[in-house]
Write a protein that binds this ligand. Structure first.
Ligand code: SF4
Length: 442
């Protein structure tokens, strides 16, 4: 059934009518993004990795800084892990940055520093999947390699009226096949506009990398793939798509059948889960106690204040009920109350502090609360200022508490030293709060 549908989609002249509509629209409407001013695969690759799960406006300053600090693949391969993490600080999904460096090292070792130009060679690099390899090969080398990301899935399911869930294997394969046919058809499509552009460039003898963004996009494969992504980002948006402005509305099944808001069919979303952490800020002579997250965990290798998760993980509705006063979050309520009163509440704080720090602080007081989200987790980070006891006991406590060696307990750093290290977003905010609050008190 699906293959019959697919064959009829591929036979229809609709596919060939889509190409000029998309190419012309893209030539006139493409955003002037910095990575569109070049066909060098390295900056294109960096942009594609940064753009995964992240919006264009967030990526631009990160991309500019990365290319300024690490202008070549060799420079990326040689950079220290701390530098790589610092350049990525705030973008999230840090394994992307580590894989980028691993791939850069592989390119230096196996390809003499030259980015591979064939799809299989690109796909073999760490951190590069089918979508990214297709995007790099089409954008940098104008090869007819398909792409399928969230934007393209939305555009294709709507244009072709595909009501099955795109995560299902068969539907996903059908979408890849459509993307492949589209870019292959674009490769054969020779518009008057592209012919004129090519003639003009060869007459004046300018190199591709010196062209303006619009002129640099001479290749139809590059332009077609980017037009699908751009249409999804600017016009065929998840909510309130601008169908009236869409270059392909006459060919769009969802528009014709009034099904735009039903597609794509992404099934039921996984429920959000509330999680609660408590962190402790300890300061000694202008130095703060921080630690580095180990490998193999979320936010691996990033720096943070000592912290511990408390309470059960709760679904959003459960958490909402608790927020409304119809329940109680285990341990959390205790933490919210004033500390140091010697009752059960202070005991909870002391337990959490002992667990996070490896020793029991003399006093604990609320500092700030930071809320943020990572994937489906809604996280509350409640921070406390933990004060050390007597001077003589301090060092001993920190060095031997609970049998924890100093390297595992943490290290003491000044604010200036901390600014050189990469923190997760929540702990970076906590660091600012700590500097403002604690250092200004002194
Ligand atoms: Fe998307 Fe509307 Fe264009 Fe169809 S007509 S592709 S739904 S913006």
């Amino acid at each position: 059934m699906v293959s019959r549908t697919l064959n009829s989609e591929l036979r229809t002249p609709k596919l060939t009518r889509l190409i000029p509509a998309l190419l012309d629209w893209f030539a006139a409407n493409a955003r002037d993004l910095p990575w569109r001013r070049t066909c060098d695969p390295y900056p294109v690759w960096v942009s594609e990795i940064m753009l995964q799960q992240t919006q264009v406006k967030t990526v631009i300053p990160y991309w500019e800084r990365w290319l300024r600090e690490l202008p070549t693949i060799k420079a990326a391969a040689k950079a220290s892990p701390d530098k790589i993490h610092k350049l990525w600080e705030g973008l999230g999904y840090y394994s992307r940055a580590r894989n980028l460096q691993k791939a850069a090292r592989q390119i230096v070792e196996k390809h003499e520093g030259k980015f591979p130009e064939n799809f299989d060679g690109v796909l073999a690099l760490p951190g590069i999947g089918r979508y990214t390899a297709g995007a790099i090969c089409s954008i940098a080398f104008n090869q007819p390699t398909p792409i399928l990301d969230g934007n393209v899935i939305r555009v294709l399911t709507r244009i072709f009226g595909i009501s099955q869930n795109p995560k299902e294997k068969e539907t996903n394969a059908r979408l890849w096949k459509l993307a492949e046919e589209l870019v292959a058809t674009a490769a054969k499509h020779h518009t008057t506009r592209s012919r004129r552009r090519e003639e003009a460039h060869s007459e004046i003898g300018i190199s591709q990398s010196l062209l303006t963004p619009a002129a640099a996009m001479t290749g139809n494969c590059s332009a077609l793939n980017q037009s699908l992504m751009e249409l999804g980002a600017l016009v065929c948006t998840p909510r309130n798509p601008q169908c009236g402005l869409c270059p392909v509305k006459k060919l769009c099944v969802a528009f014709r059948e009034n099904r735009v808001n039903d597609l794509p069919n992404l099934g039921q979303r996984e429920a959000a889960t509330a999680r609660h952490f408590v962190a402790f800020v300890v300061e000694r002579n202008g130095h703060f106690l921080i630690r580095q997250r180990p490998a193999g965990v979320v936010n691996a290798h990033l720096w943070e204040f000592p912290n511990v998760e408390i309470g059960a993980r709760l679904s959003e509705p459960q958490h909402a009920r608790l927020r409304n006063g119809n329940g109680e979050i285990p341990a959390t309520k205790a933490i919210r109350t004033r500390c140091g009163s010697g009752d059960a509440h202070s005991e909870s704080v002391a337990n959490a502090a002992t667990q996070a720090l490896g020793f029991t602080p003399a006093k604990v007081a609320p500092l700030c609360t930071i809320k943020h989200s990572i994937t489906r987790y809604r996280i509350t980070l409640e921070a406390f200022r933990a004060r050390l006891g007597g001077r003589s006991s301090t060092t001993t406590q920190l060095m031997v508490a609970g049998g924890v060696r100093p390297s595992e307990t943490g290290v003491w750093k000044t604010p200036a030293q901390m600014r050189e290290l990469a923190f997760s977003s929540a702990h970076k905010k906590l660091a600012s709060a700590a500097f403002n609050c604690i250092l200004s008190d002194r």
